[in-house]
Design a protein around this ligand. Structure first.
Ligand code: C5P
Length: 223
C-alpha cells in the first residue's frame, strides 16, 4: 500500500443509492450516482489507507486498490458495514433509502383487473446513526453527508447532533445546483466548532480535500 497521511488506517466508505425490493423484479431507488463516494474511496486509498467501499448499485468501475463490497438494500449495507468493522474512519456518503416495502412479494406481483397492489412502507435502519452511536467499536472519526434543498447549514447542524457523527459534509441538491449525477459539488463542512465552506470543485477534488482534512482530524485524535 502507498504510504501517506492515512497509512495504517482502515477507512470504511459507503456510496451510491440503495435498491429496496417491491418484489423480485421491482424496486424503489433514488438518483444517487455514487460518484462522490467512489471518489472519496479512491482518494483515501491514494492517501495510504486500507479502504473498504460498501456500494449500492452504481454504474462505476471499482476504484483500484480498494476492497469493494456490493450490496442492494439498506439492510444489506448495514450488515456489510458491521462486517467490515473495526475501522478508524467511517465516511458515509451513500444515499440510503429512508423506507423499504414492509410486505415485499416473494413472487412477482401479478396485475389484477381493477385491483392495485397495496405497498406498506417501513423505516430502514439509519446506518450512520447506528455506527456513530456504537458503545464498542465506533470508528474514531465518523463523517456523514447531508443533501439538502434549503436551510443547508441549519439542517446539517441538526443532523450532526442527531446522528452522533463528528463531521457533516453538507451540500445543496436543489435541481438548479446540478449536484446529483453531476461532476462538481459545493460543500460546507459542519462540525461542533463551526462551518467551513469550500468553493465549487470537481467531485474528485472535494474527495481529495476531504481526505486531507480527515487526515488532520484523525491525526489530532489521541488514544
Ligand atoms: O438523514 P439523511 O438521509 O439526510 O442523512 C444523510 C447521512 O446519513 C448520510 O451520511 C447518509 O449516508 C446517512 N444515512 C445512513 N442510513 C440511512 C439514512 C442516511 O447511513 N438510513
Amino acid at each position: 500500500a502507498p504510504s501517506g497521511p492515512l497509512s495504517g488506517k482502515h477507512v470504511i466508505v459507503t456510496s451510491g443509492p440503495t435498491h429496496e425490493p417491491i418484489d423480485p423484479v421491482r424496486y424503489i431507488a433514488n438518483r444517487s450516482s455514487g460518484k462522490q463516494g467512489h471518489a472519496i474511496a479512491k482518494a483515501a486509498a491514494a492517501a495510504g489507507a486500507r479502504v473498504t467501499l460498501i456500494s449500492g448499485p452504481v454504474d462505476l468501475p471499482d476504484p483500484k486498490g480498494v476492497t469493494v463490497v456490493r450490496v442492494e438494500s439498506a439492510r444489506e449495507m448495514l450488515e456489510a458495514v458491521e462486517g467490515a468493522l473495526p475501522a478508524d474512519i467511517g465516511i458515509f456518503a451513500a444515499a440510503v433509502a429512508d423506507w423499504r416495502v414492509a410486505n415485499a412479494g416473494e413472487q412477482k406481483i401479478k396485475k389484477k383487473d381493477g385491483a392495485l397492489p397495496n405497498l406498506t412502507l417501513t423505516e430502514n435502519p439509519d446506518i450512520l446513526a447506528t455506527i456513530s452511536h456504537l458503545k464498542k467499536g465506533r470508528p474514531a472519526l465518523m463523517v456523514g453527508f447531508a443533501a439538502e434543498t434549503e436551510n443547508v447549514i441549519e439542517h446539517a447542524k441538526q443532523k450532526l447532533a442527531k446522528k452522533g457523527c463528528d463531521l457533516i459534509v453538507a451540500n445543496d441538491v436543489s435541481p438548479d445546483a446540478g449536484v446529483m449525477g453531476g461532476d462538481s459539488n459545493t460543500v460546507h463542512l459542519v462540525t461542533q466548532s463551526g462551518v467551513e465552506t469550500w468553493p465549487t470543485l470537481p467531485k474528485a477534488e472535494v474527495a481529495e480535500k476531504l481526505i486531507a482534512h480527515v487526515g488532520v482530524l484523525i491525526g489530532g485524535v489521541k488514544s
